[in-house]
Design a protein around this ligand. Sequence first.
Ligand code: 13P
Ligand code: SF4
Length: 308
Amino acid sequence: MVATSTVVDEILEWKTRRNAVILAHHYQDAEIQDIADSVGDSLELARIAQQFDGEAIAFCGVKFMAETAKVLNPTRTVVLPDLHAGCSLVDSCPVEGVRAFRRKNPDYVVVSYINTSVEVKAESDILCTSRNAVKVVNSIPANKPILFLPDINLGNYVKAQTGRQNMKIWQGACIVHATFPARRLAATRAEHPQALVASHPECPSDVLRMSDFIGSTSAIIDWCTSQAADEFIIMTESGVRYSLEKLSPGKKFYFVANENCNCSECPYMRMNTLEKLRDCLATLEPRIELPAEIMRRALLPIERMLAV
Ligand code: 13P
Ligand code: SF4
């Protein structure tokens, strides 16, 4: 405990010295969320990064989120506590495959989920997050064919919501959400029959069909807070428990273990620690460095999304 409070003091000290802001995704450990200036979903954090005018951003999330912040702040320093904090969706979509698709299908509009590498963003027409994906797809003229990448479950959900037929979907998946089995959700529902189900759209379609609400991490938190019900089954990463319980202390939240880790934690998100956060503020390493040309090309699809 003593050691932790010392680390917290050091983080605050370095944050001031660096004129930095600490941004944290909802999937971070509670102690990181506590010390962050802002906690949010990927869209909210991108918006905050867009408005930032300090000198450094310490991004407590995964690499693609920190890269997005860097593209929006090319002259500022962006550090990530652990550079190995990747994402299975990013890994499932190599840029060569996207370039090959574009060469063969020049008429397609490429809509990329923010969970992609900066190189894939640079090949995209517009970005989206789980919060605005339906809106983004609806903003594209109906006669234009779309490639949606890389998440198959989010893509299928968006296709069903928009009724869009001329939409191809990449076959990528999240190792956390895509491995939540519907039978485990059914068992949890049988144990807690009064509970409402809130799911992230990266979950498989059979899980989504059993859900009362589908939305991004912040949308799930907002929805559960606004409901009169007392019990909820939450089909996303368990880091959201911290905000859910803070905002609704009287309510109960149940999480379902997936088949990948038999837990509901993202192994990449959880690589960040308070100690690594302190060190990255102190040394300004590891920092996100990207080629200027890639940043220039990735900025346009990000800005198009933020304007939708
Ligand atoms: P959000 O857009 O809800 O923050 O989700 C990001 C993510 O990585 C989900 O697994
Ligand atoms: Fe990527 Fe899934 Fe982790 Fe989100 S939860 S960062 S999609 S691996």
